[in-house]
Design a protein around this ligand. Structure first.
Ligand SMILES: [Zn+2]
Length: 183
């Protein structure tokens, strides 16, 4: 995520001081912002995709645990094809993404018991997309008091669960629900 947040639903509130900023940004996000960007597309197979965090995939789409989560249980759904626009999705890819969304939400509710979700896409750099060339859908579970306005002001530290731990907790449920259909 760049400095231009656009209309992103994930925009982080401006900090009142440098010390406050450290507290409102999840550690994984800071790591991402500070890290040198690798070559290649992080969502493309045969590129540098984090295969170890893929929960499910078929020929159209895949579900990935976000290595740099905004919150615990942050998942991403993306088409296998390297496309940047929603309008480029085929009807089959669109249907597969929605189906993956339903499955992911159900499993997250069962396993992590969130009280709500932020679900959406940042399309284009101007809208805050970290990876603008390969469209992807964010599913961010929310709990009361996790990163709300009041807790930000109260300097409450946000520490999402380790993505590998999230993967290990969720993967058996995706295997059960999707018939172990990882290809
Ligand atoms: Zn790609």
């Amino acid at each position: 995520m760049g400095s231009r947040e656009g209309s992103s639903v994930f925009a982080i509130l401006p900090a009142r001081s440098e010390g406050t900023m450290e507290n409102i940004i999840a550690h994984g996000r800071m790591e991402f912002i500070r890290s040198k960007k690798p070559e290649g597309c992080v969502f493309c197979k045969k590129s540098i995709r984090e295969e170890c965090l893929v929960l499910f995939e078929n020929e159209q789409v895949f579900i990935l645990v976000n290595k740099y989560p905004y919150n615990s249980g942050h998942l991403l759904i993306a088409p296998q094809r390297h496309i940047s626009g929603l309008e480029e999705l085929t009807p089959e890819e669109s249907a597969a993404m929605v189906e993956c969304l339903h499955i992911s939400v159900r499993i997250l509710i069962e396993v992590m018991h969130p009280e709500g979700f932020n679900i959406g896409m940042n399309v284009g750099k101007v809208a805050g997309a970290g990876v603008a060339d390969h469209i992807h859908l964010h599913i961010v579970p929310r709990w009361n008091g996790d990163t709300s306005f009041m807790t930000c002001l109260a300097d409450t530290r946000v520490t999402p669960e380790d993505p590998v731990k999230t993967y290990e907790g969720l993967r058996p449920h995706f295997d059960d629900r999707c018939g172990g259909a990882k290809k």
